[in-house]
Design a protein around this ligand. Sequence first.
Ligand SMILES: Cc1cc2nc3c(=O)[nH]c(=O)nc-3n(C[C@H](O)[C@H](O)[C@H](O)COP(=O)(O)OP(=O)(O)OC[C@H]3O[C@@H](n4cnc5c(N)ncnc54)[C@H](O)[C@@H]3O)c2cc1C
Ligand code: FES
Length: 504
Amino acid sequence: MNDERQHKSLWTVTTLPRDFPSLRGDLDVDVAIIGGGVAGLTTAWLLKRAGKKVAVLEMHRVLSGQTGQTTAHLTELLDTPYTTLLKDFGEKGAHLAASSSRAAIEQIASLVETLGIDCGFTRAPGYRYAETDAELRELLQEVSAARQAGLLATFTKEVPLPFPVKGALRVEDQALFHPREYLLALADRIPGDGCHLFENTKVVDIHDGAPCRVVTEDGTVTARAVVEATTTPLNRVAMHTKLYPYRTYAVAAPLDAPLEPGQYYDSRDPYHYIRTQRVDGVSYVIVGGEDHKVGSEEDTASCFAALEAYTRDRFPVKRITHRWSGQVIEPADGLPYIGRNVGSRHVYVATGFSGTGMTFGTLAGMVLSDLILGNENPYAALYDAGRVKPKAGAKDFIQENAEVAFRFVADRLSKPDGRHLSDVAPGEGKILEVDGRKVAVYREEDGTPHAVSPVCTHLGCHVHWNNAERSWDCPCHGGRFSPTGRVLNGPAVKDLPSRKLPVK
Ligand SMILES: Cc1cc2nc3c(=O)[nH]c(=O)nc-3n(C[C@H](O)[C@H](O)[C@H](O)COP(=O)(O)OP(=O)(O)OC[C@H]3O[C@@H](n4cnc5c(N)ncnc54)[C@H](O)[C@@H]3O)c2cc1C
Ligand code: FES
């Protein structure tokens, strides 16, 4: 049965899979790292290099989370504009945000070089361009804010795109790479010398203490420190009021005419992000965008259709060869949370990376490994996970949390999509009302139905059907479940319980 994610990224289909064992029994290490994405693998590698014994615990396969679905621009142009960062974090904060992103790019460059990783790492400029006069006015302010924050940014009318634009912020020395080739090279180096990488090992509970205990379905890991590198942390409430999940889409298409290697961003809201990459001798343009709050779009397939139309309109392509989507986690004040978890002594989190999680995930590895090793880190204070900045409003804290509260109530009261199994077509999922209670029903292509509870096992919001990826998505904190209720991504750790259906 196809209850797996439907769309795989260009990166996933152009690299060989790996096969790491799963944890069976108990284990003691210095640091347990939950999550095998960019943040977890980078943290693990840097700690192993410093002599620590680490264990990475990944509930599916490494790089099957958002890192597998990324478009992997390595950029200092953050989702939060520098004009906003200067206002909310001051000149020092904006400067640190820029220099930490630069440090992350250089960290990747240095690992590529010292470990000899063949991942097509290349330096290229980045362009944020304006297509209207209003966008141009904002862009000019952003150029001066970016320069004030220390970026090598200029305004230019020379933008190597195959369609006219009014001008662009150009920033030098950004980078492009094949993220999976890079990160698999780190993953391959983790096992050995008392270090471990486990796949298909789901963490179900974490106990802070001396030592900490990390409970999985098949064994417990004791450790002096724990890192939750799970995109969004597993803890129940504290961090989640500051994190907002958005879904975003990407397509790749072989180029029929040359496009100058680089990164390009339009100035719409939500914006489109565009880059080039050569993979297996083919030059691709990769276009992302069409973001929306998780669970708020009824027809997610229409987001792919809109993105394909955008790509075909603007670039010399005949066919779209790859489509994929994923989630980005937006932080309340516009910068990620990296550091000791709220109320914890030995548990660390790395989350809220927005659309620049390849650099922020790398930075998380740098900051967290320093904190655990007892080293000074120049960026630790800026990204402190416990901070609350009521005045910094990159996202509207009150509105975002009001929406969670609204969803919690409204989805319980809303009408079901149908009352009969016959209302659910093959390949489709719907919320039915059966014997007075709501049930999430998915019908396989061969007609076999599956019914699960629609109540998310994290904090009880109701899940929504995602028709493009065939999954049940939770609008509150971005938990996702397969059509048959298996956890695809956290913060939920328990599957949706099965429900009985009437025979007809
Ligand atoms: C379409 C798209 C385009 C993007 N483009 C860019 C870009 O161009 N540039 C950029 O910098 N960023 C980009 N991003 C963002 C970036 O990819 C992510 O922020 C980053 O990959 C997140 O890495 P991570 O390690 O935090 O999370 P993940 O890669 O999601 O890793 C977390 C892992 O934790 C595991 N896990 C969760 N719960 C448990 C548990 N209970 N037990 C065990 N394991 C668990 C998951 O299975 C997962 O593998 C993009 C994201 C998307 C979706
Ligand atoms: S209620 Fe939090 S992810 Fe569903």
